[in-house]
Every structure is written in C-alpha cells, then in structure tokens.
Design a protein around this ligand. Structure first.
Ligand code: F6R
Length: 364
C-alpha cells in the first residue's frame, strides 16, 4: 500500500509531507532567526530550565541529548504550569511555545519573570510574544503557519543557536550545518518514492500500524524515542509507550508474553557507538522479544559519527514512520481535534490566559 504514490496525493498527506520535507531546512532557518539574539545574563548561569509542553516541550529534550557532551551545566525540561520549587536564581529559563498561547507555558513564564530568572523565549507569536515584549524578555520569532510539532526543528535550531552564542553550550554552527546535511541522506532514504523493500520507515509502519507500540532506546536517542511516541499519538492517532534502557531490563521485560504479539509491537532505536554493555543489553532484549516471544521487533539506526547527526537522522526517520503509519491507518496526520478541544474546553486555562493578558495590559 505504501508504495502506491497516489496515496500521497490527498490534500492532508500533501500538506503534511510538505512540512515533513521542510524540517531540516527549518532547523537551519531557526538557527538563522536566532542570530540577532545575544543574551547577557547579569549572573553566572549554573543550569538551564526549558519551559514548554507537547511539541514545544520536546525541544528541550532533544537539545539536552544533542548537547549532552558539549556543556558543563544541567538542563531540566519542565512541562508544567509552575517552576520546579528547587530552582535558584542562577538558572536560565528558556520558554518555548509555538502558538504562544499555551496556558501551562505562559503560567510558567510569569512565575519565572516574578522569580527574576534570566529568560528568553521561542515562539511564532500569540500572547507569549506580546507579554515577552512587555516584560523585556528577548524572543526568537520562528515562522508561523506550521503545525507546532513540525516546527520542532525550527525551535530546536533557534535554541541551540542562542545557547551556543551565549557560550553555554559548545557547538559550532558549521558542525550543526554538517549534521543537517548528513541527516538529509537519512531523509532521502525514507522518501515516498523509495520502495518498501529498502525503506525502513515504510517497513516499520507496516509492522506497527495496528498495534500499540513500545519504543525502546538508550541515552543519546531517548529524546527521539519520546518524539516518536508523541508523533505516533498526534499524527497516527495511536497509543505508544516510550521506555529507556537500562530500566526496561529491570521492570518492563517481565511484562512481555507471546500472547501480546497480536496487539503490541516494539521499535528499538539504535546507533553504532552504543557503549558495549548497552549494545549487548539491546541485542539480548531484541532476540528475547523477537525470537523467543514472537513479538514484532523493528530496529531504526541513527546514522552518523557525531551525536547531532545521529539524533537528527533518527528523528527524521521516525517522523516519516509516524506519517506512513497515519497513511496505513487511514487517518488525517494534520488534525489533532482532541488536543484542540481539551485545550479550549478547560475554563481555568482560558481564565489564566485572560489574567496574564490583563496583568501585562495586552490583548489576549
Ligand atoms: C500540536 C502539537 C502539540 C502542541 C502543544 C503545545 O501540533 O504538537 O503537542 O505542541 O499543544 O502547544 P504549543 O506548542 O503551541 O505551546
């Protein structure tokens, strides 16, 4: 089915594919949009807290993995209305909300402002742009009109760029551009014209489309695992579970049985430089689940010699997996009606946005 190219002619498939194909350029565009922002915190920063939820919240997770070996400070990804209570004033807050109208994120921004934390924001506009301007908080404005989850590379590129320019992470723009160029090869290998036989994203979609999917990964690729979980939820409208090694082998593993082969599948995210113990553990787990229990186990390998390439290339492949899975399930990958209705239906959230707008004297 996935090799029938007319499948991709439907308007929602075309629109989604256009955003999928623009992701890597989006990363570069995001870096560029952030060039003008120069942070001058008046204190020494000892950690970074990312504030944001959903697609926007994943920006911090991915950045944390990409830069794990390139920084001396911890990164906390906090996805809630309030700040974590243990924060000191030496924390840099990075607020991310694509729409700029997410109650949880705006509430956390106001708390960070009241706590006097240095901060910058990434958004396409909304109330967040207005209040940040009023508060004198620098913002990177990324292009609007995208699905928030498909603007992740834009926002990630912007965040990496600001933090690099501020000297808080050590990466060069050339290195990042190089990672993007390398990830393009991964993208080409999973494009719609590449047949199922040699297209890993189509193969994985074929395995998982009618099953609840467990995504298993370790360390470097754990944020990509979380991204895949969320993309399967939002694009393919299916449940998925994200877990990481070594924990899996200390709990999850006991829950599996052959009877689950009909309704559950596993996707394992791998790369060639796994520490030996992790490689052995993942190999053993794959054999146990696949060969001994008869569960469908698919493997996605993030190519590349450096962390940024491995993360970007596996993320792109996973995003295509979610798209092909949506096609297999016959669902619209663009619409997220339940998220929209939950967001709009929670009266406390609407009140919170009104209060924030009132306090900073801007129109909601
Ligand atoms: C929708 C999506 C959601 C949003 C989330 C938060 O495409 O990905 O997960 O990201 O509802 O909204 P924003 O990103 O606008 O703060």
């Amino acid at each position: 089915m996935l090799d029938e190219l007319n499948l991709y002619e439907k308007s929602e498939a075309r629109e989604f594919l256009a955003q999928l194909r623009a992701e890597l350029d989006g990363f570069l565009e995001g870096m560029k949009s952030a060039e003008a922002i120069s942070l001058k915190p008046h204190r020494n920063i000892n950690s970074i807290v990312f504030l944001g939820v959903g697609g926007s919240g994943i920006v911090g997770d991915l950045l944390s993995d990409i830069t794990a070996k390139r920084r001396d400070l911890p990164i906390i990804c906090h996805k809630d209305y309030s700040l974590p209570p243990y924060l000191t004033k030496d924390v840099l807050a990075v607020a991310v909300s694509y729409s700029g109208n997410t109650a949880e994120t705006l509430s956390a921004i106001v708390e960070a402002y009241d706590a006097g934390l240095p901060m910058f924001g990434i958004t396409s506009g909304g109330l967040m742009e207005k209040i940040c301007k009023k508060m004198g908080i620098p913002i990177v404005k990324v292009r609007d009109g995208l699905l928030p989850r498909m603007a992740v590379p834009h926002m990630l590129g912007a965040a990496v760029s600001v933090l690099t320019n501020a000297g808080l992470i050590k990466m060069s723009a050339d290195e990042l551009r190089n990672a993007v160029e390398n990830a393009r090869r991964a993208q080409e290998s999973v494009e719609v014209h590449v047949g199922l036989e040699s297209n890993i994203a189509k193969q994985v979609a074929n395995q998982i489309y009618n099953k609840v999917t467990f995504i298993y990964s370790h360390g470097l690729l754990s944020s990509v695992g979380y991204r895949l979980k969320c993309q399967l939820n939002e694009n393919a409208k299916m449940l998925a579970v994200n877990q990481c090694l070594p924990e899996i082998l200390h709990n999850d593993i006991e829950g599996w049985s052959p009877a689950l082969a009909n309704c559950l599948a596993v996707v394992v995210l791998r790369h060639k430089d796994e520490p030996l113990a992790v490689k052995e553990a993942l190999d053993r787990m794959e054999v146990f689940l696949g060969e001994q229990l008869g569960i469908s186990v698919s493997r996605i390998v993030g190519d590349g010699n450096d962390d940024a390439t491995k993360i970007l290339s596996s993320m792109v492949i996973c995003d295509y997996v979610s798209f092909y899975t949506a096609m297999m399930r016959g669902v619209n990958p663009i619409r997220v009606d339940r998220i929209k209705s939950m967001r709009e239906g929670i009266i406390s959230n609407s009140r919170l946005l009104e209060q924030v707008a009132k306090r900073f004297e801007v129109k909601p």
